[in-house]
Each structure stands twice: as structure tokens, then as C-alpha cells.
Write a protein that binds this ligand. Structure first.
Ligand code: NAD
Length: 388
């Protein structure tokens, strides 16, 4: 029987950025989409590194093809992990919906081709932190994975064991782990280090984090910020004055000197990561100790961090991973796919694209549509500066 109307198509691409292993939707994600009469076209190999073979997608009801250009040109909805290249963007249909970690505030220019091509772009980083959007909060999902993996990476190269061991050959003291920033990644790092048997200290500029840290069995370091509140809008940290930051740095340097492993996760949304560990603090760390700077993608919390580069600084190992979630692709993709599916629920109804742009989740995340950057911060960043 021939279909009268062509059904809407969701395209799943193979991610092309170096080191990217995740995929936006897994075979298990497709049931609800297919039930709406949507066609799913998958680029061959899209899920290979996330444990999802072409056969698994076919088994789940998708069509798999090797022609990437066809997926780009014929799909109305394209969930992605990272933004496709300008060349790929140029193939998209006007009105196509592109959803992913678009880095719209960090690199809006990289979206220029899709914006000019009238693609509707949603940036998953911009999902507001409201209760209704929790199931779409992909940043939190990836931070959870990264916090866990940072501890595992550190334990792997630490020349010591993590747990307290009492053996016939004597007692081994537990490793000391210091976590800076007790948000989503930091709390997961604390829990993981505790499960491995380490003694954990943590610091955050938000006093509210203290209770969560203590409930995980770690010690919370209180810093007197000189009467300044570290808590800003929406439960996030605010950017501190240099004076307040300096008060924290002294205490941080002392805790670093005691620690075998330091994991830093401190970030302020939309700002470069705060500089919390100076060269002197690294020089004061024990030989063989490990520092993992999870804030590396935002510039890093340590003065010596080189984003993406692992260094050995006089026996102290400094890791600055840019995409730790991609090192755990199966579960990172699983969590991300669920976040994307929940988000898609706001856009795709009964097999048709019908977004309600009065919904604050959609207004907050929509970067561009109909050829215009509609997100005010993105639009401001794309404004030509005077003299250009
Ligand atoms: P984040 O990645 O922006 O920052 C990580 C941590 O760094 C935060 O805890 C922050 O307070 C801390 N930090 C910033 N500047 C610092 C400094 N100078 N010194 C020490 N620490 C510093 O934050 P996040 O992990 O995404 O989440 C932060 C808060 O938002 C948490 O309270 C979290 O529970 C909450 N949250 C809410 C929702 C929701 O309601 N949907 C979702 C996710 C997170």
C-alpha cells in the first residue's frame, strides 16, 4: 500500500568531532517516535561506539543508510550530540529542527550556516534548571558521568590505593581526596571516591552545598568569604570578587597539600571558570598526587591547566579532560538520549512538529529560527561590533 503523505523523518547522525563517541538517540529510544508514525533514518555506524549496531537500529524499526548527506538533507528533526560542521549545516532543509549541545554561547559563529539556512536550533546547554525540565537536563547527566569518571581516572594513575586496608603486612592508610565545587559533578565525584574508600574533603562557594557534602560522608570546608554570599541566581554560584576568591585560594592550597587526589569542578554559568589553584598550590602538592581539572572546557580552575593536555609537573599529574562523558559512551548516550527524547516531547506531537514557543523551556533553549538568532544573548554575540 502506498502512503499518501510522507511521514516526518528523524535523522540520527554519526558524530564527527574528534574523540566524540556518543550518539544522540539509541535503538531503545525509538519506540515512542515510531509509534507516532515517524520515520527514523540512521547514518550507518552512528551508534557503533555507544554499543548500538546498525542491526540494533534496524531491529528497533529504523532505516539505516550510508549516505550522510541524505540524512542531513531529508530529515525534519536532527537530534545530535555536538553541532554539525558548516558543510553539514548547509545541507539541512529550511525549517529543519536541530537539537544538541550547540555551544551557542561559546561559539555562536559556528552555527551561522544553519541560522542563515532557516534551521530551528535548540541548545541543550540552555535548558532552564526548573523542576519540569529536570528530565531534559543533559548538562547534569553529563556532569554525573564526568564526576564519576574523573575519580576512576585519578585512581587509575595514583601510585597508591584508595581504601583503608588492614592486612597481615600492616595497615594501608586511605587516600585523601579533595573535591572543589560540590555541584552535580562534584557530588558524584565525592560519592564515587567514598565508595572506593577514600577520605574526602570538599569545598564550594555555596554554603547550601555543605549539607549535601556531609550527607555523603565527606568533610565540608567552610571559607569565610568576608560576608559575601556565594549563591547567585537559580541556586547557581555567582562570580566572586578577587578578594573573596583569594580567601578561598589560601584554604584550597592547604587542602591540596594534604590531598592525594584533587578534583576541581567549579564553574559559574556563562563565565570563564574561576581561578582557584595557583602555581604555588600545585608546587605544594605531594609527588605522585593527581589533579583532575574538570573545568578545563571553561578554561580550568588551575592556573597551570592546558585544556585537553595531561601534564606531569614535578611528579604531580595534572589532567584536563575536555570530554570525559565521551569516555563512557554507553551510559552517557543512554542518559543523553533520554534527555533528548523528553525534550522532543515538547516539539513533536502526534508525529508533527508543533512547538509551543510560549513554553519557557523552548524559549530558553531556542537559539535561532526563520533565519534569525532569537536567543537574546546569542543575538548580542552575533551582532557585528563597531568598525567590523
Ligand atoms: P556548575 O557546573 O555551574 O558549578 C559547579 C559547582 O562549582 C557549583 O556547585 C558552584 O557553586 C561551584 N563554584 C562556583 N564558583 C566557585 C568558587 N569560586 N569556589 C568554589 N566553588 C565554586 O553547577 P551545577 O553542578 O550544574 O549545579 C549547581 C547547582 O544547581 C546545584 O545546587 C545543583 O543541585 C543545582 N541544580 C539544579 C537543577 C534543577 O533544579 N533542575 C539541575 C541541576 C543542578
Amino acid at each position: 500500500m502506498h502512503r499518501v503523505e510522507a511521514s516526518l523523518q528523524v535523522g540520527i547522525l554519526k558524530e564527527m568531532q574528534p574523540g566524540e563517541t556518543r550518539v544522540a538517540l539509541l535503538p531503545e529510544s525509538l519506540k515512542g517516535l515510531l509509534a507516532q508514525g515517524v520515520t527514523v533514518l540512521v547514518e550507518s555506524g552512528a551508534g557503533a561506539l555507544s554499543g548500538a549496531s546498525d542491526e540494533a537500529y534496524i531491529g528497533a524499526g529504523a532505516v539505516v543508510g550510508t549516505d550522510r548527506a541524505l540524512v542531513l538533507a531529508t530529515s525534519q528533526i536532527l537530534p545530535v550530540v555536538q553541532a554539525p560542521s558548516a558543510e553539514d549545516q548547509a545541507r539541512l532543509q529550511p525549517g529543519a529542527v536541530l537539537i544538541g549541545f550547540m555551544r551557542a554561547l561559546e561559539a555562536p559563529q559556528a552555527l551561522a550556516t544553519a541560522i542563515a539556512g532557516k534551521v530551528t536550533i535548540f541548545s541543550m546547554e540552555l535548558v532552564p534548571r526548573i523542576t519540569r525540565a529536570q528530565a531534559m537536563d543533559a548538562l547534569s547527566s553529563m556532569a554525573t558521568v564526568a564526576g564519576y569518571k574523573a575519580v576512576i581516572e585519578a585512581a587509575n594513575i595514583l601510585p597508591r590505593l584508595f581504601p583503608l586496608l588492614m592486612t597481615a603486612a600492616g595497615t594501608i592508610a586511605p587516600a585523601k581526596v579533595f573535591i572543589i565545587g560540590a555541584g552535580v559533578a562534584g557530588l558524584q565525584a565525592i560519592a564515587t571516591a567514598r565508595r572506593l574508600g577514600a577520605v574526602v574533603e570538599a569545598y564550594d562557594v555555596r554554603a547550601a552545598a555543605g549539607e549535601q557534602v556531609r550527607s555523603l560522608g565527606a568533610k565540608f570546608l567552610d571559607v569565610d568569604l568576608g560576608g559575601i554570599s556565594g549563591e547567585g541566581e537559580g541556586g547557581y554560584a555567582r562570580e566572586l570578587s578577587e578578594e573573596a576568591l583569594e580567601r578561598g585560594r589560601t584554604l584550597i592550597a592547604q587542602a591540596c597539600a594534604r590531598a592525594d587526589v584533587v578534583i576541581t569542578t567549579a564553574q559559574v554559568p556563562g563565565r570563564p571558570a574561576p581561578l582557584l589553584i595557583r602555581r604555588g598550590a600545585v608546587e605544594g602538592m605531594k609527588p605522585g598526587s593527581v589533579l583532575v581539572d574538570l573545568a578545563a572546557p571553561a578554561g580550568g580552575n588551575c592556573e597551570l591547566t592546558k585544556p585537553g593536555v595531561a601534564q606531569n609537573l614535578g611528579g604531580v599529574r595534572l589532567l584536563a579532560p575536555m570530554n570525559l562523558a565521551a569516555q563512557v559512551p554507553v551510559h552517557a548516550s543512554q542518559l543523553y538520549a533520554r534527555n533528548v527524547l523528553n525534550f522532543l516531547g515538547l516539539i513533536l506531537k502526534k508525529g508533527e512538529i508543533s512547538p509551543d514557543f510560549s513554553d519557557e523551556i523552548l524559549t530558553g533553549t531556542c537559539v535561532a529560527r526563520d533565519g534569525e538568532a532569537v536567543h537574546p544573548r546569542v543575538a548580542a554575540l552575533l551582532q557585528p561590533k563597531a568598525g567590523e
